[in-house]
Design a protein around this ligand. Structure first.
Ligand SMILES: Cc1cc2nc3c(=O)[nH]c(=O)nc-3n(C[C@H](O)[C@H](O)[C@H](O)COP(=O)(O)OP(=O)(O)OC[C@H]3O[C@@H](n4cnc5c(N)ncnc54)[C@H](O)[C@@H]3O)c2cc1C
Length: 381
């Protein structure tokens, strides 16, 4: 059997899997529609749980990039009532502009091929895949990893269930120069959404928020919505008023869906947001993207070594994905629902201040443990 692997999408999940699988000696091609580097809508806080695995991949960004070290969380209700706690594992802040480019360079160093093109179709036939791109190229491979993010033309092509359901969320990100503690991530509620604030490299402040489209569309534009809605939280008003934007205009995305997705679809193994999106308030989507790349890469290695069949690879991936990520996703959905009911957040905040362990417990339930590295799957193809 030919052992070519094609990765559809070169974000965090795709690049991590590319480094892992090319490190094992496989013939890996990533097709990514955008060039590197570019800014992405993301809170840019990454849980430290990824570090043992990134070390194993020889791709630990902390050894090369000037990330911020984040140890505390500050939470506030829409009225500005604050509570602060230590993050059990902690994390780091780095822009996607730098992180994705760093991983891209690592993938290239490992011998992975990277092609800039837009994939328009993926089909499975006769124990292999055919992948077609908009430039008219055609690729025949043994494995396709779906790493094309939260929402893509490929979701429509593959007729994935979630794509036709309403997803009324909009996200806005801007980088600023401003004062904010280096070691803290802020999570501040406002009517219809919440806003994350934390430092990335170069003393730069990332402010990224998610809002429901129904409340956003009552206002003329992002500026008016920010001033009339987000500023009602005095904590946010102060942060925004004391900060100076760096980009000409913010980066935005819409139609963010938190619907369940299938982890394997038409034999394509889905990783990162393509397999399922955790609510961003958990600050764990990037860790899940990286971890799911590890789960998939280990199983693909076992399959291509003829240790397991394709069916076993697909079944075990779904089982492992559910085992590692389902509790976090469910917990994220519940907290988001609670925060949407503005009346209940002051009660939750009061409960957190009376029982400080409660907030830590929630953080633990929405995060993983440090990723274990499976040396048994070291392999040279
Ligand atoms: C508002 C917001 C804030 C967030 N904040 C945080 C946070 O602070 N911490 C955290 O851990 N997580 C956060 N997340 C989640 C995190 O951003 C994602 O989980 C993470 O980016 C997933 O990586 P990925 O590789 O799956 O997808 P992506 O990084 O989106 O990569 C997918 C790639 O596929 C490419 N692609 C798509 N279609 C095609 C095609 N047809 N052909 C070729 N290429 C294609 C895209 O161009 C893209 O580069 C946040 C998410 C949102 C929405």
């Amino acid at each position: 059997m030919q052992k070519k692997i094609l990765i559809a999408g070169g974000g965090l999940a795709g690049l991590t899997a590319a480094i892992h699988l090319s490190r094992q000696g496989f013939d890996v091609t990533i097709i990514e529609k955008n060039s590197y580097p570019h800014h992405k809508v993301c809170g840019e806080y990454i849980s430290n749980e990824v570090l043992p695995y990134l070390d194993w991949l020889d791709a630990n960004p902390l050894l090369h990039l000037d990330a911020s070290n984040i140890t505390h969380l500050e939470f506030s209700t829409a009225s500005g009532k604050k509570i602060n706690t230590q993050l059990p594992l902690g994390g780091f802040g780095i822009s996607r502009f730098l992180l994705d480019e760093f991983l891209y360079n690592k993938a290239i160093q490992q011998g992975c091929k990277l092609i800039q093109d837009n994939i328009t179709d993926i089909s499975y036939n006769n124990d292999g895949f055919e992948v077609i791109t908009s430039s008219g190229q055609n690729y025949a491979v043994a494995i396709v990893l779906g790493a094309f993010g939260k929402r893509s033309n490929l979701d429509i092509k593959l007729e994935r269930n979630f794509i036709n359901k309403k997803s009324p969320w909009l996200a806005v990100k801007q980088h600023y120069k401003g004062n904010f503690p280096d070691d803290m991530v802020g999570l501040y509620c406002f009517m219809g959404g919440y806003c994350g604030v934390s430092k990335v490299e170069d003393d730069t402040l990332n402010i990224c928020y998610l809002t429901d489209f129904a409340s956003f569309k009552k206002y003329k534009d992002i500026d008016e919505h920010r001033k009339k809605v987000l500023y009602k939280n005095p904590v946010l008003k102060e942060i925004f008023e004391q900060s100076t934007p760096i980009f000409d205009k913010p980066v935005t995305i819409s139609q963010i869906s938190f619907e369940d997705k299938k982890t394997v679809e038409d034999h394509i193994i889905m990783i990162g947001d393509t397999a399922g999106l955790i609510n961003p308030l958990c600050g764990n989507g990037m860790a899940m993207a990286i971890h799911s790349a590890q789960l998939a890469s280990d199983l693909i290695t076992a399959f291509l070594q003829n240790e397991i069949t394709r069916t076993e690879m697909e079944q075990q991936y779904t089982l492992q994905w559910n085992e590692h990520f389902m509790t976090r996703i469910t917990m994220g959905k519940r907290i988001a629902k609670l925060l949407q009911q503005q009346r209940l957040t002051p009660l939750a905040t009061m409960a957190f201040s009376i029982f400080p362990g409660l907030l830590k417990m929630i953080i633990n339930k929405t995060h993983g443990h440090p990723i274990k590295v499976n040396a048994a799957h070291e392999y040279n193809a």
